[in-house]
Design a protein around this ligand. Structure first.
Ligand code: CAA
Length: 388
């Protein structure tokens, strides 16, 4: 076993850190406050090849491995978690279904522009009444009698990058024109076509610069050539994609936790109370030890999940257990660490003059999206016991 990064992985980590610290970190607070989408830095991320790290070069990506992906996600998210969210959607939630289940034509037409960062992608699974219980979605695609198109109707909610995405992977119940049920199917849609309606944007607690909205499909006519995979295969596609996406969220959580930890250690060395640096007090040292231990464990679990994800590309094995454990542990670590780091900063941690309160708010979503902690515990428990 070798814990060292390869030269290529080290290079990506360095490049991502330099970009994140020089370009993203200085503007993060401003975009958090305004809630505006950070188009310029996202364009730069595309130029650096960060919008499709694992996507082969012939489809607009960088053709690198899953370890490179999580290293990049950790660095970007340490500077700003909202950027991490936007980047992860293009890489995972949009990139994986197209790469793994798309046709050559779909890859050239839809994957290439999203992976190269020319346009944004999005992933529409959740609906106003169905989140964790994703299979109960109501959106529907009805196949035309001649089989050439589907007509899509329904509402989707909490769509990350929804307000800015050009292309979107959408999941719907499916039936033929006689009303026979065909199961859940996946489609890629163009948001510039008639029938796509952007709904309300969400005013969020954290990751505020990542744009999130509801969408509505009103008699959206989708060519059958834009169906991803087979009719009825959509739910498996959705869950396979989430297995990949959860590794990215774990990396995002590690990045947020690391940023909060670094700030807390530095502050504990500088801040004086009762005649000493507060970092010399056992109460603070205990917090630092607990934070460090959990971050290291989260990083290792995330790298292990990324390694398993990479191995699964050739073995075809499912990466459900590793990705669930990594996301669950890293997201709870991000909450723990940002809480403790803010506490170490005292009143200053509560002020918008420092990024601690932003880290704290941003960490919260990692316990919710792409599988809540409760769902992940259920998935791990079911896998381990073999019981339901
Ligand atoms: N990969 C592939 N297939 C899988 C799978 C996986 N990880 N997990 C289950 N399946 C298959 C099963 O084998 C089963 O197939 P068969 O019917 O052929 O046996 C089928 O899918 C149904 O599985 P279950 O019976 O286990 O389904 P369930 O309904 O009991 O549980 C669930 C499914 C685990 C709860 C799942 O619905 C889930 O993960 N829910 C959470 C949804 C989620 O994460 N939503 C986040 C939305 S994305 C987002 O956050 C938006 C954003 O923009 C960031």
């Amino acid at each position: 076993m070798d814990f060292a990064l390869t030269e290529e992985q080290q290079m990506i980590q360095d490049a991502a850190r330099e970009f994140a610290q020089n370009e993203i970190a200085p503007v993060a607070a401003e975009f958090d406050l305004s809630g505006e989408f950070p188009s310029e830095t996202i364009r730069q991320a595309g130029e650096l090849g960060f919008m499709g790290i694992e996507i082969p070069e012939e489809y607009g990506g960088s053709g690198l491995d899953s370890i490179c992906y999580v290293l990049m996600m950790m660095e970007i998210s340490a500077a700003d978690a909202a950027h991490g969210t936007i980047v992860s959607v293009n890489n995972s939630l949009f990139g994986v279904p197209l790469l793994e289940f798309g046709t050559e034509e779909q890859k050239q037409k839809f994957l290439r522009p999203v992976s190269s960062g020319e346009v944004n992608g999005a992933y529409a699974l959740t609906e106003p009444q169905s989140g964790s219980d994703a299979a109960t979605m109501r959106a529907r695609a009805v196949r035309a009698a001649d089989g050439s198109t589907y007509t899509l109707n329904g509402k989707k909610a909490w769509i990350t990058s929804g307000p800015v995405a050009r292309y979107m992977v959408v999941f719907t119940q499916t039936s033929d024109s006689d009303g026979n049920e065909l199961g859940i199917s996946a489609f890629v849609i163009d948001t510039e076509e008639p029938g796509f309606v952007q709904g309300k944007t969400e005013p969020k607690l954290g990751i505020r610069a990542s744009a999130t909205c509801e969408i509505e499909l009103e008699d959206y006519v989708c060519p059958a050539a834009n169906r991803i995979g087979e009719e009825g295969q959509g739910f498996k596609i959705a869950l396979t994609v989430l297995d990949a996406g959860r590794v990215g969220v774990a990396a995002q959580a590690v990045g947020i936790a690391q940023a909060a930890y670094d700030a807390a250690v530095e502050y504990s060395r500088e801040r004086k109370a009762f005649g000493s640096a507060i970092g010399s007090f056992q109460a603070i040292q205990g917090k630092i030890a607990d934070m460090k231990m959990r971050i290291d464990a989260s990083r290792l679990l995330t790298l292990q999940a990324a390694w398993a994800k990479q191995a699964a590309k050739t073995s075809g094995a499912r990466n459900t257990l590793n990705s669930s454990i990594a996301k669950l542990y890293a997201s709870e670590t991000a909450m723990f660490v940002t809480h403790q780091a803010l506490q170490i900063h005292g009143g200053m941690g509560y002020s918008k003059e420092l990024p601690l309160e932003r880290y704290f708010r941003d960490a919260r979503i990692t316990e919710i999206y792409e599988g809540t902690s409760e769902i992940l515990r259920m998935v791990i428990g079911r896998t381990e016991t073999g019981l339901r």
